[in-house]
Design a protein around this ligand. Structure first.
Ligand code: HSE
Length: 435
């Protein structure tokens, strides 16, 4: 690559991350990795006039992001529009098709269309980089794709959504419900007006799908992820889990076995002293388990203008200073097809909360039913509750944890328990994280 070159950036999408990047570049006017210099020569967004924390009036404006992506005035296209389809996808395809390097923070785009975009990027011999798509300012993508390329990663698990982590942390700290904390987070601007991507677990699922592809050399396959969000996490379960020595976190995991790859996002229990349980507020945290290196733990801010723009700037520096690596660690033509594992076959420990009639023989009936179904109880807690919440439907809660059991066996046992006359509602199942 030419040394001391000026690299002209086209930036599409001027929300939190886009304006964060423009601020960073303005504050570092001579941002010059290896002597090259980055200058913004075009910007595009849905609205030109919307109030922003950065004044864009001095920057060349292009209405159509696809036109910006293919403009002769830019050398690198920076996509910060978001969304798996629509203008973001069209613009990234156009830029790659025109042989321009692309830097993006778009997790949905990479998780859902990463394999086909990798083919396009590699056919053109240009980089497609997405450090900011996963864990914001924490260099998770670089660690998995590059630093651990000499290892054989077996599993990845962690907290990949700061909004959910903030909500769960606040619920425990303040004793407020999911709805109350979400409402406050929205008022403060921490959570989106439509919080579905975050609280429904989809954002975390996009991120873990990308990490799975990088770690295991398979095509990303968001559609194969098993996803449960935090909308139904009840304060009662947070409190009961704590009594048992656990904290509830939204855990995203990817495991590889000889059967294939299992990608899941679930509210899960982590032991209170475990680093994932200790990662509070909006932090992200991740364990990577490699056959040679063992376990690596990384933690840091997974969102926000500063950290995410720093990750975008690092990718821009990579384009300016290095050659082109395969998009997903191995060349796109060698990516294995994603072979999903049936979640029913997965084995793990579980937390079950039941609402039962307070009468003789109920605990015996529950434990007999579990024994007959082949589920072994690890711990059992019955706790008198004052001002019992409505979800108990007039019953009292009993909570148990199980030893490791196949999910199919556990689900069958839950059906049998739900049918017991003394059980007033469907048992609440939460997984105990395998971390
Ligand atoms: N909305 C995400 C989060 C950050 O709450 O972690 C961007 O992916």
């Amino acid at each position: 690559m030419t040394k001391h070159k000026t690299w002209r950036l086209g930036v599409a999408g001027l929300g939190t991350v886009g304006t964060g990047l423009l601020t960073f570049l303005a504050d570092h006017a001579k941002y010059a990795p290896a002597g090259g210099q980055a200058v913004v020569t075009g910007v595009s967004a849905r609205s030109r006039s919307r109030p922003r924390p950065f004044d864009i009036s001095g920057l060349p404006w292009v209405d159509d992001p696809v036109a910006l992506a293919t403009s002769a005035e830019i050398d690198i296209f920076v996509e910060l529009i978001g969304g798996s389809d629509g203008p973001a996808k069209a613009a990234v395809e156009a830029a790659l098709g025109a042989g321009k390097p692309v830097v993006t923070a778009n997790k949905a785009l990479i998780a859902e269309h990463g394999a086909e975009l990798a083919v396009l990027a590699e056919a053109k011999g240009v980089p497609l980089l997405f450090e900011a798509a996963v864990m914001g300012g924490v260099p998770a993508v670089k660690i998995v794709r590059e630093a651990l390329v000499g290892d054989d990663i077996r599993s990845i698990a962690g907290i990949l959504n700061g909004t959910c982590n903030f909500i769960l942390t606040e619920m425990e700290a303040t004793g407020r419900s999911f709805g109350e904390v979400l409402g406050e987070a929205q008022r403060l601007g921490y959570a989106e007006a439509d919080p579905t991507m975050d609280v429904g677990g989809f954002d975390a699922a996009h991120k873990i799908s990308i990490l799975a592809a990088l770690a295991f050399g398979c095509a990303p396959n968001f559609a194969a992820a098993e996803i449960e969000g935090i909308e139904n996490v009840d304060l009662l379960d947070i409190q009961l889990a704590r009594d048992l020595g656990y904290r509830i976190k939204l855990v995203a995991s990817a495991d590889r076995s000889s059967d294939g790859v299992l990608v899941r996002v679930h509210p899960s229990l982590a032991p209170l002293a475990h680093p994932l349980a200790q990662a509070g507020g909006a932090l992200n945290a991740l364990f990577i388990d490699g056959a040679r290196t063992g376990r690596i733990f990384i933690q840091g801010p997974g969102a926000g203008a500063g950290p995410t723009a720093a990750a975008v700037a690092a990718d821009i520096a990579d384009v300016m200073t290095t050659g082109t690596r395969p998009v997903f660690q191995v060349p796109a033509s060698q990516l294995e097809p994603f072979k999903p594992v049936d979640p029913a076959k997965s084995i793990g420990r579980a937390y079950l909360r039941l609402s039962v009639k307070d009468e003789p023989g109920v605990i015996a009936a529950v434990s007999e039913t579990l024994a007959e179904a082949g589920v072994s109880i690890e711990s059992f807690l019955q706790k008198p509750i004052e001002n019992a919440p409505a979800i108990l439907k007039g019953g009292v809660p009993i909570v148990l944890t199980t030893h490791a059991v196949a999910e199919s066996v556990l689900k069958a046992a839950i059906e049998r328990i739900a049918a017991l006359p003394a059980v007033l509602d469907r048992p609440r199942l939460l997984r105990i994280a395998r971390i």
